[in-house]
Ligand binder design. Structure first.
Ligand code: MN
Length: 227
């Protein structure tokens, strides 16, 4: 047996609705620019293709608390459907994409917008803006057998009771099969990988004390307090 030089890092897991099992996370892929109305609000061209970036696995957080991060004074909420994969490989066809899905959850792609904007301007990587501590608050996973394919469904984010994001999954530019197929042309995606699928319009800043509630039809809502 391999003897570890230091204690093993903790595996990141997501609870599963109606189950004592938890879902172990391998990688976190994110899609940017997947809703036209959000692309327009960010001043970008909606005719360009969506893009991929990644967060760190241990950025996923199911505690219901989001600590306001350092190095930023403009942290935004982005409400997103999360796909969890139970299998995968390279070059998955769109026709086969749903066979690899374990389930779905409500997630938040929290973003240090000031750092992301500076990175974009200077042509630098986005990690400082996107992949920071606890930057991916996530709700309970619902198995696809219970949720269905999630190709449409109302998505809403409220902050302190006020509706800030109000969209529908059917507004995605890349639908679920296409994003899985496309991602699998770049990477050997596999069991444990999750995909954050982009955000509709209405992103905006949060401050300490804010209560965020994200809801997507058929899924367990996500409640997060900014601390
Ligand atoms: Mn996003």
């Amino acid at each position: 047996m391999t003897k570890l030089a230091i204690p093993s890092p903790v595996i990141t897991t997501i609870p599963v609705h109606g189950s004592e099992e938890v879902f172990p996370v391998r990688r976190v892929y994110c899609i940017g620019k997947n809703y036209a109305d959000h692309i327009i609000e960010m001043g970008n061209d909606p005719k360009k293709s969506p893009i991929f970036f990644q967060k760190n696995t241990d950025n996923v957080d199911t505690s219901g608390k989001f600590p306001y991060p350092p190095q930023s004074s403009d942290v935004h909420h982005e409400l997103e459907l999360v796909i969890a994969l139970k299998s995968g490989r390279s070059n998955i066809s769109e026709a086969d994409a749903y066979k690899h899905i374990y389930g779905f959850a409500v997630g938040l792609d929290m973003t240090r917008r000031d750092l992301q904007t500076a990175a974009k301007k200077d042509g630098n990587p986005w990690e400082a803006g996107k992949a920071f501590e606890r930057s991916a608050p996530m709700g309970v996973l619902t198995k696809i057998e219970e949720s269905g394919n999630m190709d449409s469904g109302k998505t809403t984010l409220t902050v302190n009771g006020d509706v800030k994001q109000d969209g529908n999954l059917n507004q995605m530019i890349w639908k679920i099969p296409r994003m899985i197929a496309h991602l699998s042309t770049f990477y050997d995606i596999t069991a444990g990988d999750i995909i954050m699928t982009g955000t509709p319009a209405g992103v905006g800043p949060v401050v300490k004390g804010d209560k965020l509630i994200g809801t997507i039809d058929k899924l367990t809502s996500l409640e997060v307090i900014v601390v």
